[in-house]
Design a protein around this ligand. Sequence first.
Ligand code: MRU
Length: 345
Amino acid sequence: VRVAGVPRRTIWLEADGWSVGVIDQTKLPAVFETVSLKSYHDVARAIRHMVVRGAPLIGVAAAYGLALALRDDPSDKHLSTAAADLFATRPTAINLRWALDRVKAVVAPLPPDERAAAAYREAARIAEEDVETCRAIGEHGARELVRIYQARGGSQPLRVLTHCNAGWLATVDIGTALAPIYRLFDDGVPIRVWVDETRPRNQGYLTAWELREHGVPFSVIADNAGGHYMMRGEVDAVIVGSDRTTANGDVCNKIGTYLKALAAFDNEIPFFAAVPSSTIDFSLPEGASIPIEEREPSELTSDFEARNPAFDVTPARLVTGIVTERGVARADAASLAALFPERVG
Ligand code: MRU
């Protein structure tokens, strides 16, 4: 994605060759500011306070966090302390554990003096793979969406609704749910995006910001407006990301996603989840067992007692298709297993 016309990624190694640069997403959309993370504690804080956020980006940041930790102290003890601290930052997105496990598996057999360099290499590999994964999701998702556009006669722009930010900012580049949208836009297909505000953290503003940077037309709407536009026939498809998808195709994503899926189902509007395989948890049979993060009530209100769940589960029966880097699966165990046989069992 271009920022002020310049192609950028959301995480990078700084010029010193070891500290990790990220965009401070708590400052967007008002200010574009970058920060340098210099220790694994910096990374853990950045994930916890949502300086970096979005399942795939959290995973890559955590991988670099382990590299920073091993640079300070490559012992077994420090490796397991740092991995545990990073893992404890946010409970729902499975990419965090997936990325930490990958780095740990690479470095554990190595002598201490080789561990930090190997961790940096593995983190960079995870980042590169994420870019390629998102590109492939964009291609497969665009094929689905263009079919919907053509079925409607192609007389007016395709109108796609999205919730939260599953875009460039949530990944290393391109995004998951926004990847097909960028792809269609770049290919010249007329497209317009309904952007849910996504209270209480307003990740919809991040989506709006990056769509504006790229030139994609959109309208921000209040979280409760989606059903209204669906009922009036002004939404052709819904596409969201996922923080964890279980073996049966249940999709856990930002709080409010479930209500959008219900409204889409009632209005016979296709509802897609765009899911890198790193967010599929084949060890969980269904969404009910996913740990749901409860964040500080003060994100919502300081005046009243409040609860603030960050995610909800959309049951597979409401999901039209799961767009992965290997193609589009039906939201059921057999379909997902057929795409990723090596992950099952
Ligand atoms: O709490 P956040 O902002 O980290 O939540 C992010 C989401 O819910 C995204 O939709 C999800 O991570 C998928 S993005 C690829």
